[in-house]
Ligand binder design. Structure first.
Ligand code: PMP
Length: 361
């Protein structure tokens, strides 16, 4: 299966070893004079953890992430946010001006940005806006991937900004159909907020599935920039060779490891539960609020909301100090705002501001 998978990687990168860094060789020593580092710590570096270059893939962090996501360490690539993993995938798989990626707009913008930077072709299969909210037309995705000779299919689940999950059986069937042709990337940046199990469980049977996870959302570590790609070890090896020499700053790795302690994970789980119950409360309150046209069902930590007058709602919230995401430039979301679920008090404020706006209208 790995052979099939490697055939998706750019031919010129298949045997590529990447940069040979000072940390690439398993040497042991007492005095380290092999990387032109300073022998002294910076005066501000009280723990002296930053004097030396970091391990490109810090082993304790890889261990912690593989435990968190229920996979093998060899299946893990840690990057500067999942954004970096998206970019690495597009660069390593797509030959410029020849290969394509498939996306499902309206959806997270980085897939298209990475394709643009690589000069890869972009095949867009719009989400279907139906009674159950926005859903992916997996048959249309498969056809677009086959006909357009796509190397990568990006599925976002829960999808940002529309909120729906992509069913696991559909993902498995798509991967089976595209085996040897394309990698199906399931972006689960908001997976913790969803009731659906992770697509990571499918990788053993379908080597052409890769899963993106992040500590930026549920784990509240967006500034640490720790994203994870979970995929077949053969693909992980290729991407590690394509990655920047020392991508994970030591303070970020240390913070992430601490943030994945059993105590921190228990706290995170409590907060995820609050977000989920607040999401239901806010969705119900907004659905019956005047001026609101539609609240889409969401498995993420946000709600996509259509308004009679989205501009007035956006401006009114902003005037009250509440910043939400204006989706009006996104395709087919001209009257929609995306509202992140905040604390119960913050959500109450959103409802109060919207009620006051309607009363004044
Ligand atoms: N995927 C999705 C769907 C997102 O919404 C985001 C952030 N907005 C990311 C990936 C990137 O997250 P990060 O780089 O912080 O891991």
């Amino acid at each position: 299966m790995s052979g099939d998978l490697l055939s998706l990687v750019r031919e010129d990168l298949r045997g590529f070893g990447g940069y040979s860094s000072a940390r690439s060789h398993a040497l042991d020593g007492e005095i380290w004079l092999n990387a032109n580092e300073s022998p002294w710590a910076n005066p501000a570096d009280s723990g002296s953890s930053c004097r030396r270059y970091p391990d490109p893939q810090p082993a304790p962090l890889v261990q912690a992430l593989s435990r968190l996501y229920g996979c093998e360490p060899a299946q893990v690539l840690v990057g500067r946010g999942s954004d970096e993993a998206i970019d690495l995938l597009v660069r390593a798989l797509c030959v410029p001006r020849r290969d394509a990626i498939v996306t499902t707009p309206p959806v997270f913008g980085m897939y298209a940005v990475s394709a643009r930077l690589q000069d890869a072709r972009l095949l867009e299969v719009p989400l279907v806006d139906g009674a159950a909210g926005f859903t992916v037309d997996l048959e249309a995705v498969a056809r677009a991937a086959e006909q357009g000779v796509a190397k990568l299919v990006f599925l976002c689940s829960p999808s940002n900004p529309t909120g729906g999950d992509v069913p696991l059986d559909g993902i498995a069937a798509l991967a089976r159909r595209l085996a040897g042709r394309a990698l199906v990337v399931v972006d689960e940046a908001y997976g913790e907020f969803s009731g659906q199990p992770s697509a990571t469980t499918l990788i053993g049977e379908h080597a052409n599935i890769a899963v993106l996870r992040t500590l930026s959302k549920a784990h509240a570590l967006a500034a640490a920039r720790i994203g994870t790609l979970i995929a077949d070890p053969a693909l992980i090896r290729v991407l590690r060779a394509c990655q920047a020499p020392y991508p994970i700053p030591t303070p970020c790795a240390d913070l992430a490891i601490a943030g994945l302690s059993p105590e921190a994970l228990a706290r995170t789980a409590e907060r995820v539960a609050v977000v989920r119950s607040e999401r239901a409360r806010l969705a119900a309150a907004l659905a019956s609020a005047p001026g609101v046209r539609r609240v889409y069902p969401s498995s993420g930590n946000y709600l996509l909301v259509r308004f009679d007058d989205a501009q007035a709602a956006f401006d009114g919230l902003l005037a009250a100090g509440v910043v939400v995401r204006d989706q009006r430039a996104a395709p087919r979301l001209g009257d929609a705002l995306r509202i992140t679920i905040g604390t119960p008090e913050q959500n109450q404020r959103v409802l109060a501001v919207l009620a006051a706006l309607e009363a004044a209208a």
